[in-house]
Structure formats: C-alpha cells, structure tokens
Design a protein around this ligand. Structure first.
Ligand SMILES: C[S@@+](CC[C@H](N)C(=O)[O-])C[C@H]1O[C@@H](n2cnc3c(N)ncnc32)[C@H](O)[C@@H]1O
Length: 238
C-alpha cells in the first residue's frame, strides 16, 4: 500500500493496539472530530484511511451518512468489513493517490490520522476540494507537527513528560520505529497544512489540539504537556 512504504505487518500491529481499551483514537481523536461535526448528518461521506472502520461506522450509524470508506491496506479493510458487516458502508481498497470520484460527490470528507503518511499531500487536498459539494466540509486529524518533526523526541523523566522539538522547518520524510517496526511519516508545519487548504480554495473552520481533561486516563495525560494530534476542519465555500 501507499507506494509500498509501510508494511502490512505494521498495520496488523496497529490494528491490535487500535482495538485495545483506552486507546488515544477513541479517547481523543474521534471525540474531537465528531464534536466538530456536531449533529448535522445525512448525505454522502468519504472516509480516507478508514483503518478498522470505527469512524466510518459512526458516520453511518450516528449521523446517517452513506459512507465510502477507503484504505490502502487489505489487512485493515478485511478486518473493517468483518467488524462492521451489515452496515451500509461501501468499502474500497485503494491508495489515496489512485482515487477518482466525480466532482461534487461528497458532503463530507473525513480522515483520521492518515494524512501524515502521505508524501504529496497538496494534490490530495486539491482533489478533496473537487470531490466536495459546495458547502461541504473536510475534517482531518494528523499526528501533531511538534511530534512529527522529531519522531524520536520523547524526553520522559519520573516527574514530567517532554519532547525534544527540532528540525521543525525541515519538512518531509521521517523514518523511525513504531510498534517495534519500521515506519515513515511526512512532517509538515502547522502553517503548511493551512496553506494547503487555502491553496485548494477551502476556508478554515476549526483547528484543535485535543487535550485530555480526564485525569483518570493516564495513557492520555501526556497530551497536557505535548499534544498528540492536530485536528483541522475546512469548508468549500464556492
Ligand atoms: C494510523 S491508521 C488510522 C486508521 C483509522 N483512521 C483510525 O483512526 O483508527 C492510518 C491508515 O491510513 C491508511 N493509509 C495511509 N496512507 C495511505 C494512502 N496513501 N492510501 C490509502 N490508505 C492509506 C493506512 O492503511 C491505515 O489504515
């Protein structure tokens, strides 16, 4: 998948972690995205990098969207199909780079924690803008640029959690170990994400850095020192 730069073995590892109780996706990422979406629903939605399908399922069941859920990993999609069999979701195995839809096909495009795996993001965001109907919304989350600039920057002592931020302006490929396996991300500054949206004619509507307010969730506590995620929403206005 994705030009073969990430192994199916890594996604299989991720899938196990994703299903554990107390994961950051369910505690921080999805609640932020669905808070931004609010109650409005119905219409057509595209979920880019659906993984095991949790976001697609919520869009379909809670907000009544008819959802096209895309992922480049056959492992993830097979598991998603099994987890949510019987739902009204159309599962599509494809890299983002190979997707093609008619202009103005979707009311909503969502992507949870997938865009930092994409090498060339500007063309994809331009495509999203074309695929959205007028008034439609793109909402995506990425690993926070404070972390992607130096993916091995963790500075933890007994007393506190910190991060060594460096090479922030040096955008591009980062290779590191994640879940014990080789992984690549593409670092971009916050301003680059915003510029990509503006270049595509989208208007910024929300920018959030989810912070855990729940002291009992120790796995998420470090979000108060160093944010995990950046969540951005932008609308197609004309
Ligand atoms: C970290 S997982 C997130 C999965 C899911 N959205 C979630 O929040 O649990 C990233 C997903 O994006 C998919 N992905 C990454 N880059 C992709 C690309 N270029 N084309 C298609 N899928 C891609 C991966 O296969 C993986 O399932």
């Amino acid at each position: 998948m994705s030009d073969g730069i990430i192994s199916e073995e890594l996604w299989a590892q991720f899938a196990e972690q994703r299903l554990e109780e107390g994961n950051l996706n369910d505690h921080l990422d999805l609640p932020t995205i669905f808070r931004i979406l609010g109650d409005a629903g119905g219409g057509a939605a595209l979920d880019l990098g659906c993984g095991l399908g949790q976001s697609s399922f919520k869009l379909a069941e809670m907000l009544n969207y008819s959802v096209v859920a895309v992922d480049g990993s056959s492992e993830m999609l097979d598991r998603a199909r099994n987890l949510y069999s019987g739902s009204r979701i159309t599962w599509l195995e494809s890299t983002f780079e190979n997707l093609s839809f008619n202009d103005q096909s979707f009311d909503l495009i969502v992507s949870c924690l997938s865009f930092h795996f994409v090498c060339d993001l500007q063309p994809l965001i331009r495509n999203c803008a074309s695929w959205l109907k007028r008034g439609g919304l793109l909402v995506f989350s990425v690993r926070h640029p404070i972390r992607t600039c130096n993916p091995v920057g963790e500075l933890t002592t007994d007393q506190e959690f910190g991060w060594s931020v460096n090479e922030y302006a040096n955008e591009g490929l980062r290779t590191f170990k994640w879940l014990g396996l080789d992984c690549v991300n593409f670092h971009r500054t916050v301003s680059t994400y915003i510029r990509f949206l503006r270049n595509a004619g989208l208007r910024l509507e929300a920018l959030e850095e989810p912070i855990s307010a729940d002291e009992t969730r120790s796995f998420a506590a470090e979000s108060r020192s160093v944010p995990f995620f950046l969540t951005i929403a932008a609308r197609k206005i004309d």
